[in-house]
Design a binder for this molecule. Structure first.
Ligand SMILES: C[S@@+](CC[C@H](N)C(=O)[O-])C[C@H]1O[C@@H](n2cnc3c(N)ncnc32)[C@H](O)[C@@H]1O
Length: 246
């Protein structure tokens, strides 16, 4: 694909969530991820089969392949509009497909399926060495069920990223007023209490996230925050790495 055509195609989409560096020096104009190194994804994923849940434009799917994964399966149900987008702003897999083509990954090696995480069964997708579960847990009505489902198809490790409550709670007074101890707390948002987005249902403290990941069958976990003392809500994010028993 010629650079000029690729740029025109990137520009033709009204919204990009991910900032993806494509060949030819072209970068998609999204803002996520804020800090890719904070996810602590291994540099070497050689030979791993990776599931990318809630893949959106596919930043992490392509990242897995760049790091040597043998195959990636991206799933998304396209239910998140960030509380502000309209239907016409989200083009399902079109942005993902544009990037996949630009990188030259085949449809076999870089698969994508319109599927909810709850339906990510072994019959549908097979088994995985590594699961990426980023920016999706707090959009779910049943977050622990989702972790259980993902655990049932994962033989190795899971990486989870989510909004967390440690430094922000809409019920405790907003930014700077969260659950800063190690309380395993989760808040429920029946409307748009979190970030004015009706698809945000729950947010855990980072300690709760770790304990949920253990409860789902990953006994060896570590958790960390994106920023120690965040000054904006977008920085109130946490991570968990969970491993299956050896
Ligand atoms: C905030 S975006 C995160 C995108 C990407 N994973 C990241 O972290 O950069 C959440 C994504 O999860 C998807 N999503 C929400 N609920 C889902 C579900 N039940 N099953 C699969 N994907 C879901 C949304 O459509 C959206 O693409």
């Amino acid at each position: 694909m010629q650079t000029i055509d690729l740029q025109a195609q990137v520009d033709s989409f009204p919204f990009w969530y991910h900032r993806i560096e494509l060949p030819g020096g072209i970068t998609t104009p999204g803002w996520a991820p804020l800090s890719p190194e904070a996810y602590r994804i291994p540099e070497d994923l050689t030979g791993k089969r990776v599931l990318d849940v809630g893949a959106w434009d596919g930043f992490w799917s392509f990242e897995a392949l760049k790091r040597g994964a043998s195959q990636v399966v991206a799933i998304d149900d396209f239910s998140d509009y960030l509380g502000l987008l309209e239907n016409k702003d989200r083009h399902a897999w079109e942005t993902f497909d544009l990037c996949r083509g630009a990188f030259g990954y085949s449809e076999e090696v870089c698969q994508r399926r319109e599927l909810s995480v709850y339906n990510a069964t072994e019959d549908e997708l097979g088994r995985f060495d590594v699961v990426f579960f980023f920016g999706t847990l707090y959009h779910l009505r049943y977050p622990l069920l989702a972790l259980d489902v993902l655990s049932s198809i994962c033989d190795g490790e899971i990486f989870v990223e989510t909004a967390i409550l440690d430094d922000f709670s809409p019920y405790q007074g907003g930014l700077g007023n969260g659950y800063s101890g190690a309380q395993p707390v989760m808040e429920f948002y029946p409307n748009n209490e979190y970030g004015n987005n009706e698809t945000n249902w729950w947010a855990p403290s980072v300690s709760c996230l770790g304990l949920m990941t253990i409860a789902a069958g990953f006994p060896d976990v570590s958790v960390w925050k994106l920023v120690d003392q965040p000054r904006e809500i977008a920085h109130c994010r946490g991570f968990c790495h969970g491993k299956k028993a050896a």
